[in-house]
Design a protein around this ligand. Sequence first.
Ligand SMILES: *Cc1c(COP(=O)(O)O)cnc(C)c1O
Length: 373
Amino acid sequence: MRVAEISLPAIRHNVARVRELTGGAVIVVVKAGGYGHGAAIVAAAALEAGATIIGTADLEEALALRESGIDGPILCWLHGVRADFADAVGADIELGISDLDQLNKLADAAAQLGKRATLHLKVDTGLSRNGASPGAWDELFARAAELEAAGTVRVRGIFSHLANAGDENDRLQAARFDEAIAGLRAAGVEPELQHLAASAATLRSPHLHYNAVRVGVAAYGLSPFADKTSAQLGLIPAMTLRSEIVALRGVPAGTGVSYGFNHVCETPTTLALVPIGYADGMPRALNGAGAWVTVAGEPRPIVGRIGMDQFIIDVGPLAGRLKLGDPVVLFGDPERGYPPVEIWSGLMRTINYEIIASIGPRVLRVPVDGDAA
Ligand SMILES: *Cc1c(COP(=O)(O)O)cnc(C)c1O
């Protein structure tokens, strides 16, 4: 009764769109359960569409993809201090390496297994998160060159991440990234892939494409920009969050709805119960904010407080056309008449990323190939 339909044609289209825009390698990021879409579903569709590498944050996510049968290249870059790099090398996971400790730990794991490890050096160019600071580059690059010469590791790439703090800052970060690439080359390493841009720079800043990009939100068909829609960017939203009507109740004027009665029906109407709630990622604070869903192709308002498991819509004049089991679409592709996810993120003063990444584990992810209807 709680379904996130994931359109495989949409994912493939979005990945193809990014390939067409950049012409280089494309790393499709499926961290956080594929931004709530299901990591393995998205990874498989992305590889079919020509993604070069699948990216995750955590090693655990990368290993889970292997267990799900994803056998293409996988890169992960955010490591706990106790991460076991032998697992990574054993499963042919490429690692983002941010410091000398990680590099040596990876080299030890590779030596122990008698298997060459593949890595991408991560440099901080201004975001102030992970990645080696400029002062640590020389030592890190020298050690990487030494390990590569010894055959212990392959330095496949070098990368950094943008702060999206405006064009001028992007250019400053790119200049630092250029210095890092030059430094690595001077140390005797020629990285196959150089990647800086995530979705925003991929869609807006061709001068930041280098020869590879890492896209998350664009692959899911959503816009990283407040002032541009998916359609304006040539992207198709891949997730349709849907449920069904499980109860219909005719009520007189004056009827209070849900906890606290903060909604009271002004006229006689019909209420429909929909079994998705805040435990499933529907923000409780949407209550009373004006959010709507699509029922029988029509927009209808969410009324009363959203519960942990369920919410209510006022179906008003549609009542006679509805029956139990009829589908309710919470968000999806506005080109198909569904509310865009940005209605929720706008009302919640957050970004579309947070809404999709918060869709809960009770929602079944169903890959759909072809027309979802
Ligand atoms: C999440 C992430 C991305 C993808 O970002 P989008 O804005 O979703 O494209 C790229 N690179 C890194 C390092 C990330 O953590």
